[in-house]
Design a protein around this ligand. Structure first.
Ligand SMILES: Cc1cc2nc3c(=O)[nH]c(=O)nc-3n(C[C@H](O)[C@H](O)[C@H](O)COP(=O)(O)O)c2cc1C
Ligand code: SF4
Ligand code: SF4
Length: 285
């Protein structure tokens, strides 16, 4: 039986939803599947024994810092067939196209053979919202997109992209975001509404939150995922900096999923301009 390890990093649940979709579709395709949240991979786990599917959200045209750190700590392998799928809010437009370049380079240095790369689009959780209708459409189309990628990987289709040099450069420079992310985490404010439930500590994908005297304390390793701010059941967390990038009304995939299925949505009208052209293409393809 073919085996695959699916490893994902997710802040607000979009990448996790995709990863769980892949878990089901690979099982249906007859694979033996092990699914891991990145921070929960057992120490000394042997990646040598199965193919790898790595999933992460695009942050500032690149990968979350935790993904780079994880690869750095991996043991060398030989002949592990690997696929890398990024999850973005804006789709495969320049310079998002370079969001896998540095990660793939690092994986290849460790001996992983990356034969497949692709991008999924999920509702944007940062900066500019896709709006309810586009978000709902993106959620609706996800199972079909996951199935297509699963079929490609299962039958051994090779898919590698060649991002423009300028996009690679911008993606590299944008990694400066990691410094901003650390500062962002240090400045998250905890209000009196906090009940000390520990949800944020458990769910932080970077392991950056500790509970001290019944309150969350933020370390220096924030990845700016926004999961704690949007997910706190008491809405007790607020950004102390970069407020304009955080949605005032929050971001809740489960709520978006409850919007009834849509018919006859005018994608052309909803996804106007270059910034949304990747989303439009993704939905129409
Ligand atoms: C700090 C940050 C930076 C982001 N940068 C980009 C980006 O450069 N391009 C893009 O298309 N989406 C960007 N996004 C949107 C996310 O990639 C997208 O919403 C994704 O679905 C989030 O995945 P998650 O729910 O698993 O955390 C960014 C989100 C965050 C929080
Ligand atoms: S999830 Fe919210 S209420 Fe729970 S400990 Fe964290 S900040 Fe406090
Ligand atoms: S501290 Fe909050 S924003 Fe930062 S990585 Fe953890 S959950 Fe995400």
């Amino acid at each position: 039986m073919d085996s695959i390890n699916i490893v994902y990093f997710s802040g607000t649940g979009g990448t996790e939803k995709a990863a769980k979709g892949f878990e089901s579709s690979f099982k249906e395709a007859g694979f033996s599947v092990a699914l891991f949240r990145m921070k929960e991979i057992p120490e000394d786990y042997a990646f040598e024994k199965a193919s790898l599917l790595l999933l992460y959200p695009v942050y500032a045209l690149n990968a979350p810092q935790k993904v780079h750190e994880w690869i750095k700590c991996l043991d060398r392998v030989s002949c592990v067939q690997t696929a890398v799928v990024t999850i973005s809010g804006g789709g495969e437009i320049c310079p998002n196209t370079a969001s896998r370049v540095s990660v793939i380079k690092k994986l290849e240095k460790k001996g992983f053979i990356v034969t497949y790369e692709q991008m999924l689009v999920m509702p944007s959780n940062f900066g500019v919202t896709a709006g309810e209708v586009l978000s709902r459409l993106l959620l609706e189309v996800l199972p079909k997109k996951v199935q297509t990628i699963t079929n490609d990987i299962a039958i051994g289709i090779s898919r590698r992209t060649k991002p423009l040099i300028i996009d690679r450069l911008i993606s590299l420079i944008a990694r400066i975001e990691h410094i901003g992310a650390h500062r962002f985490g240090k400045n998250i404010k905890v209000s009196d509404a906090c009940t000390g439930c520990g949800w944020c500590c458990e769910h932080c994908p970077s392991g950056n939150i500790a509970m001290e005297n019944g309150k969350p304390v933020f370390g220096n390793g924030c990845n700016f995922c926004l999961g704690c701010i949007y997910g706190c059941p008491c809405k007790a967390l607020d950004a102390g900096m970069g407020k304009s990038l955080v949605f005032k009304d929050g971001f809740d995939l489960k709520r978006l999923e409850k919007i009834p299925p849509l018919e006859d949505a005018d994608i052309e009208a909803l996804a106007k301009g270059y910034a949304w052209s990747g989303v439009k293409k993704y939905l129409i393809d």
